[in-house]
Design a protein around this ligand. Structure first.
Ligand SMILES: Nc1ncnc2c1ncn2[C@@H]1O[C@H](COP(=O)(O)OP(=O)(O)OP(=O)(O)O)[C@@H](O)[C@H]1O
Ligand SMILES: [Mg+2]
Length: 582
């Protein structure tokens, strides 16, 4: 785990190395100062030697200045190294997420990925900064101070040792207890983010269903959970400070008391007592810092684990060693394909699918919701891999193709497609970054989007808001179709992509497809029989199995499901469009 994270330090290695060195320098200066102080008091003040006071005083100023500069430099490089690590981690993680298959993304929730990219990485950043600055500083400061204290007076210094051991043991238990709570806290952030993310991205739905209160209370619950855990954790940590104070003051009293008696009997000088007291503070401060470092480390191990989980996740779809880049034609064949989303699920979503589609053919796909229409087509552009059997495109197994090439030549308009913020041109060019304005407009004419785009004041430069919220559902669908057409695919798959378009426009789009892109294989998933009726063949799916595959007439004659749906849509109770349609 550490190795995975450490790999991301990269160009900040240098900053990571010098930070502890600077901190060490600061510690050395800090240890030197009380020693010089003792010398000023004993040899300068008590002996009345003004020259000595000036000399050593000057040295003290220099030492303080060096310490200050070293501390500042350490802080600066520490910040640079830790922020750099966070930056590299985020970039790696983001880049890695881009390689994820749909199955990988299903595994981590979107909210989970967001928390890992933000909160968890920030934790690692803070912990790393703390470790760089304190891991060297605290122990070395403690050791230096102990050495100096022992050099000055063995008997008094042993008081420290007892205090250090006593505090160490207590801290160990406090931290172990607190760690448990911190580790519980981070998964709770996922819940919080899930609530925020779902709510904000679907704020319109929330409002339409007057679910604001429900959503608010869900958020409050998530947020209160985190509050409770942190308060509990901090309750444990907070004992730290008073305990430290108590020990520090006990030590000071003990040292002053024994020290005073020793001064009286001439075993110790005033200066030595002064510096012993300062070392006492140094030692206990270091111990406190160390305890904070441990808390941070324990907090961040939970985060590190979560980040590594993502970084070490391998995409379960791999490009073949010698990928094929060109799809020969638009033919598709399934042979005995079984498919399930989860490896261990009892019943597959698609069961024993075998079918052949010729290049250039138009195939309609219908079936009840949940009959696995979307699942079937997602296998063609290899958004998921089959569980058993084989899917061939252009005569070759889809696993033989370079994934990017395959997806460029098999264009899918997903069922819940989205537009991105940017102009209409920007959105269209997702299909083909090099498309000229004319090509974009041609694709829009094919998708019957040209008319409404021209009716906007800014035409093709109209700004689309995030998610495409400022165009209607049917307009959005047509823009998505145009975007898919710009890829000039060999296979075009429309997953319920004209559901929000009126029947007349729907028919126009299909007519344009027939006339303008006759050689492209077209798969059209639809709920309306009218959308698929004029296709070359129609596939009827039922609970993941092929129930019928033939022309409209053949199916009407032989397929029960098809006939029922057809009758319900053409006679009473069917599709609204169908009765009033063109
Ligand atoms: N990402 C997923 N993870 C797990 N199960 C899924 C996933 N997507 C779909 N399923 C399940 O697979 C089955 C088929 O879903 P699919 O989306 O293919 O149906 P569909 O025919 O496209 O339905 P609709 O007409 O409503 O779009 C359903 O039972 C669904 O619960
Ligand atoms: Mg679907």
């Amino acid at each position: 785990m550490i190795r995975t994270i450490a790999k991301e330090i990269k160009e900040y290695k240098w900053a990571s190395i010098v930070t502890p060195l600077f901190m060490l320098l600061e510690v050395l200066m800090e240890t030197l100062i009380p020693y010089l102080m003792a010398s000023i008091i004993d040899k300068g003040v008590n002996a009345g030697d003004i020259g000595h006071i000036y000399r050593i005083g000057g040295l003290m100023i220099v030492a303080a200045a060096i310490g200050l500069l070293a501390g500042m430099a350490g802080g600066r490089f520490g910040a640079k190294a830790s922020a750099g690590l966070a930056k590299n981690l985020r970039e790696s993680m983001f880049g890695h997420i881009q390689t994820f298959s749909f199955a990988n993304i299903d595994k981590f929730s979107t909210a989970g990925l967001v928390t890992r990219l933000t909160t968890d990485i920030s934790n690692i950043q803070n912990a790393y900064q703390m470790v760089l600055r304190m891991m060297m500083r605290a122990p070395s400061s403690m050791i230096c101070a102990l050495i100096m204290a022992f050099a000055i007076n063995r008997r008094l210094a042993s008081i420290y040792l007892i205090a250090v051991v006593f505090l160490g043991i207590i801290l160990f238990f406090i931290i172990r207890h607190a760690t448990r709570y911190f580790q519980m806290a981070f998964p709770k952030y996922d819940e919080l983010n899930a609530s925020v993310q779902e709510n904000v991205s679907a704020i319109r739905v929330v409002k339409a269903y007057v679910r604001e209160e429900h959503e608010t209370s869900r958020f409050q619950k998530a947020s209160e959970n985190i509050y409770r855990i942190f308060v509990k954790a901090e309750h444990n940590v907070i004992v730290n400070a008073p305990l430290m104070q108590f020990t520090v003051y006990t030590c000071i009293i003990l040292i002053s008391w024994t020290g005073a008696k020793m001064i009286v009997s001439n075993e110790l000088t005033t200066g030595e007592l002064m510096s012993l007291l300062t070392y006492c503070m140094n030692i206990l401060m270091s111990l406190m810092m160390l305890s904070m470092v441990f808390v941070m480390i324990s907090m961040s191990t939970a985060s590190m684990e979560r980040v590594c989980e993502v970084l070490n996740e391998t995409s379960d779809l791999a490009n073949p060693v010698h990928p094929v880049h060109e799809v020969a034609d638009g033919s598709i064949s399934f042979s005995h394909v079984n498919f399930s989303y989860k490896k261990d699920s009892a019943e597959p979503v698609l069961k024993d699918i075998t079918l052949d589609i010729r290049s250039g053919e138009t195939v309609g796909i219908i079936g009840a919701t949940g009959s696995a229409k979307s699942s079937l087509v997602s296998l063609i552009s290899r958004l998921y891999d089959v569980t058993a059997g084989e899917v061939r495109v252009g005569g070759r197994n889809v696993k033989d193709y370079d994934m990017a090439s395959l997806r460029n030549q098999v264009s899918v308009v997903l069922q819940n497609n989205v537009l991105f913020s940017g102009s209409i041109y920007d959105n269209l060019r997702w299909g083909d970054p090099n498309a000229s304005d004319e090509e974009c407009q041609r694709a829009c004419r094919l998708a019957c989007a040209d008319d409404f785009i021209r009716s906007f004041p800014d035409g093709y430069n109209t700004h689309i808001e995030q998610g495409g919220n400022n165009v209607s559902g049917g307009q959005k669908q047509r823009l998505c179709i145009a975007r898919a057409l710009l890829k000039k695919p060999k296979i075009l798959i429309l997953d319920d992509s004209t559901s929000a378009v009126d029947t007349a426009t729907d028919a126009n789009i299909r007519r344009a497809f027939r006339n303008e892109i006759p050689n492209t294989t077209k798969l059209i998933i639809a709920q309306r029989i009218s959308s698929v009726q004029d296709a070359d063949r129609i596939l009827v799916l039922d609970e993941g199995r092929i129930n019928g595959f033939g022309t409209h007439e053949e199916l009407l004659a032989s397929n029960e499901i098809y006939r029922e749906v057809y009758e319900s849509q053409t006679k009473g109770g069917g599709d609204f469009d169908e009765r009033t349609g063109d």
